[in-house]
Design a protein around this ligand. Structure first.
Ligand SMILES: NC(=O)c1ccc[n+]([C@@H]2O[C@H](COP(=O)([O-])OP(=O)(O)OC[C@H]3O[C@@H](n4cnc5c(N)ncnc54)[C@H](O)[C@@H]3O)[C@@H](O)[C@H]2O)c1
Length: 381
């Protein structure tokens, strides 16, 4: 049994995801003595933090046990570290990933992997041809509620799946009287913004695995708040959608609907809610909890045209208990990818899966532009 160090470049370390998810979970693995591998070795992450602001980066590195850091991405890529994580703002990610592939690094990046499906597939092919391992962050099915929903679905409880409904979003302040909770790049096309590009990256793998693979999309989008105020107090024009509604057709005949907005106020259990209806039962999950209703427990909601008074529809569902260990979703993504690199363990969300996620957004944009249903052709390397 020995300790093996693995060098990981975290590009965008001072960002929200960079600090709170990627750096934090990798350091937690290191603090615990490394990730145990099948042969008894322990894999210890050794981070190189990369960003653009030397002062903030230096302070971050010092506050977390004097991690290595640099503001020079080219220098980081020229070094011996083996994995490149890009969790900087979405814009220009393909350029950075191309550089990292050319430098022979294994690629593990945030979603969306690219602005278009063509570019996302180009990255997948480049990584494959270079013989490096590649993956994209797909964290949502590791959240307790959606993990339970996947468990319910895979148990066969739902029977033939008829439909999936996703309701998601919240109110993002426009920065005038209250600071926006999302960075301004989310609202600028040139910087990788747009709600559909950002969130379809999650909905694709969630629908594909929780219900059935998506075959077609028809979308309507809007810019609810056309002007906002950025982090520096400057007004700017929003040139992307902040609201996206999509209808889906699924393999096997099921249908789906995604209602997603950064300009909606929450009157539901959580920021994300997913309901799947099947012939034998239904299940509804938030990020934390999951409830089911079996066909034999389904009450009659209407009696002969009259609405029954005082019926508590919420009470008619049964909660799925905690059966799976609760572990940070990003930590689970990292552990799986590290095993993929270190011992060739299987890894589902490769850059091809990342491209499929981008494809849903890309085809939804096409649907809006051409005002029609658009099919999602099969993607392969
Ligand atoms: N998996 C998830 O659930 C999830 C959730 C939120 C965000 N994300 C993704 O993570 C990424 C970062 O999002 P965030 O919310 O942490 O954003 P953020 O704005 O908090 O952080 C982004 C970081 O990138 C830096 N940056 C901005 N433009 C850059 C450029 N051109 N080159 C290099 N660095 C640049 C910023 O200075 C900042 O440090 C995005 O791609 C986003 O889609 C994923």
């Amino acid at each position: 049994m020995s300790e093996r160090r693995i060098g990981i470049i975290v590009n965008g370390a001072t960002g929200r995801m960079g600090t709170t998810q990627h750096m934090a979970n990798l350091l937690a693995i290191a603090r615990e003595g490394g990730l145990p591998l099948r042969n008894g070795d322990r894999l210890v992450p050794d981070l190189l933090l990369v960003g653009r602001d030397a002062e903030r980066l230096g302070a971050l590195a010092a506050a977390h046990g004097n991690q290595r850091w640099t503001v020079d991405l080219a220098e980081a890529l020229a070094g011996p570290d083996s994995i490149f994580m890009d969790c900087a703002a979405t814009g220009d990610r393909p350029t950075r990933v191309r550089q990292a592939i050319a430098a022979g690094k294994h690629i593990h990046i945030e979603k969306p992997t690219a602005p278009t499906v063509a570019e996302a597939m180009e990255l997948a092919r480049l990584a494959q041809a270079a013989g490096v391992k590649h993956g994209v962050i797909q964290d949502k099915l590791f959240l307790p509620g959606f993990g339970k929903l996947l468990f319910v679905r895979n148990s066969g409880f739902l029977g033939r799946i008829l439909s999936i409904r996703i309701e998601a979003g919240s109110w993002i302040f426009d920065g005038t009287v209250q600071e926006g909770q999302r960075p301004s790049w989310n609202y600028k096309k040139g910087e990788g913004g747009g709600l559909a590009l950002d969130m379809m990256a999650h909905w694709r793998y969630m629908v594909d695995r929780l219900a059935a693979p998506i075959t077609d999309v028809c979308a309507a989008m809007a810019t609810a708040i056309p002007e906002r105020v950025d982090e520096a107090g400057q007004r700017y024009t929003v040139d992307v959608e902040d609201t996206s509604h999509a209808l889906l057709r699924l393999e096997g005949g099921g249908v789906g609907v995604i209602t997603n907005s950064w300009a909606t106020r929450i009157r539901r259990e959580d920021t994300m809610l997913v309901q799947i209806d099947g012939v034998l039962g239904s299940a509804v999950a938030s990020r934390q909890r999951c409830f089911t209703q079996a066909a034999v427990n389904t009450p009659e909601a209407f009696h002969g045209g009259g609405r029954p008074g005082g019926m508590d529809f919420m009470a008619q569902w049964q909660e799925v208990p905690e059966t799976l260990p609760v572990k940070n979703p990003f930590r689970q993504c990292w552990e799986a990818f590290l095993r993929h690199v270190a011992e060739d363990a299987p890894y589902v969300p490769t850059l091809v899966e990342g491209a499929k996620a981008v494809q849903l957004a890309d085809m939804a944009y096409r649907s809006v532009a051409e005002r029609r249903w658009v099919s999602l052709p099969t993607l392969a390397l």
